[in-house]
Design a protein around this ligand. Sequence first.
Ligand SMILES: [Cu+2]
Length: 107
Amino acid sequence: MPEKLIRACCIAVAISGSLSFAADHQIVQKDRSFSQSEITIKPGDKITFQNSDDVTHNVFSLTPGMEFDLRRQAPGASSTVPFDKEGTAEVRCSIHPKMKVLVTVKK
Ligand SMILES: [Cu+2]
């Protein structure tokens, strides 16, 4: 195997190894609700909140240590939130009070 090719393989392995360490999950907003009511992820994972609805949403969490606010997300918009600390965040939408998803982060 030519040396160049061997080096390319090593780099590919290194990249895929680091990607599998932190996963990117997706939660979709559709019909004024989240695609799931709960999700369990590992510290360092990320969640992409995708607005696939025909209305604006405002996803946020007030859980201490896990606060975030995506502000107003127009239809088609998405934002990615990193979750580094362990705990359970109550994620809601400020426009639609019935929307709720529990994000549990644990090792
Ligand atoms: Cu909403």
